[in-house]
Design a protein around this ligand. Sequence first.
Ligand code: CUA
Length: 180
Amino acid sequence: MSSIMPPHQKIWWKQPLDRVEGMWIAIALLWSLIMFAMMPFWHVYGKQNLSNEAYRTTPEAFGKKVQAMIDQYTVRTETDQQIPVVRPPAGSDVYLAGRLWQWWPMLELEKGKSYRLHLSSMDWQHGFSLQPLNINLQIIPNYETVVTITPDTSGEFTIVCNEYCGIGHHSMLGKIYVVE
Ligand code: CUA
């Protein structure tokens, strides 16, 4: 009998369970329970899934907050696109927008200081992937995701978009500098 033929026994569910079949069901069940338990476990003991808050917003309202921070705290611009590098005061609210196809603006944060990082999208769904730390957050328009972060390593961190968002997805990069 092949899988494209109808079963030999029409009422197949009344036949006794084969030992191998039972074993596979047990393995699959056990594995699914392990994977399920990994979700809360990894949230607590892993470093990739941050606890976050989410609030309703609009691209217009969020864009204004980003612009207000840029107007107040820009320290320099980078690349030939004149991307502002913003250094907000330690402990403050920091705003970062994802948009086609850029993370806007660049941030400069102080090591060992805490910030409330607000993230939202101006258009489509984007993925905030902070490298090389591998922190991942889904960034959705009309929602403001807030995470409290305390950078503990100085250096240059790259934000990569990891949610496919169109023709420029691969070039959707951003930068966070952590300084001493
Ligand atoms: Cu934004 Cu992919």
